[in-house]
Design a protein around this ligand. Structure first.
Ligand code: GRF
Length: 221
């Protein structure tokens, strides 16, 4: 079980569902099979892979799908012996065509839940209908504030004093859907997009694990 609380004084993690509710179910279900979608660095993907390797999450990652040939997530997958498959959106005529390939691949690998860990593509009904309410997304703001691209820059431009990050179930509208977990991060007077995003990412890694723990510790079906 990943603790939802943190000792850090500069953030507050607020799960929408109390881990205590599922405490009694820990480790009694089969490992949750999570398919990962990543476009870039893949640091969120790696914290999941590491937590699984260390026995902290009752889950496994059968496959990583990436859309950008340069994605650093691929090297991270190799480190953990996780197969990675390139599905390049530039080879597809539509978003639906890309999502159809994604669904087919995840079904081949028997994936149960999908985690968008820095997936920089808008997803369609094709993916969401294949995994109903089983696609999760991480976003670097306190949704519903600042959805869409450049969320950290949006927060700085709005001069908010507190921003943060959100893990949520993905619905069709970009960065919408039921919130699983959030963490607040104060904005400092001299923050740049890079410094603020760096502190947000520290919290992203915690709530990503917390949210997956909520799902992975589900009762057996
Ligand atoms: C994160 O900030 C996430 O919120 C956003 O994309 C970034 C991905 O980071 N959707 P990483 O690739 O996991 O390091």
């Amino acid at each position: 079980m990943i603790a939802a609380n943190t000792n850090s004084t500069d953030c507050l993690i607020s799960p929408a569902i109390s881990p205590a509710l599922i405490e009694g179910n820990a480790k009694i279900a089969a490992p949750l099979k999570i398919g990962i979608l990543a476009s870039g660095s893949g640091s969120n993907f790696e914290v999941i892979a590491q937590a699984i390797q260390q026995g902290q999450l009752n889950a496994k990652i059968p496959v990583l799908i990436y859309n950008n040939p340069e994605a650093k997530a691929v090297a991270r997958a190799e480190k953990y012996g996780i197969p990675s498959i390139l599905l390049n959106h530039r080879d597809c005529k539509s978003r639906e065509e890309l999502d159809t390939k994604i669904v087919k691949t995840f079904q081949e690998y028997d994936v149960e839940w999908v985690v968008m860990a820095g997936w920089m593509r808008i997803v369609t009904k094709v993916l969401l209908d294949a995994f109903p309410n089983k696609v999760i997304n991480i976003h670097p703001s306190l949704l519903p504030s600042f959805p869409g691209i450049r969320a950290v820059e949006q927060a700085l431009a709005a001069k908010v004093k507190i921003t943060g990050c959100t893990v949520h179930i993905a619905h069709l509208e970009v960065d919408s859907g039921p919130i699983l977990m959030q963490a607040a991060v104060p904005v400092l007077p001299d923050d740049t997009p890079e410094t603020l995003h760096g502190r947000i990412q520290v919290q992203e890694h915690k709530i990503m694990l917390g949210a997956i723990a909520l799902i992975a510790d589900r009762p057996p079906v």
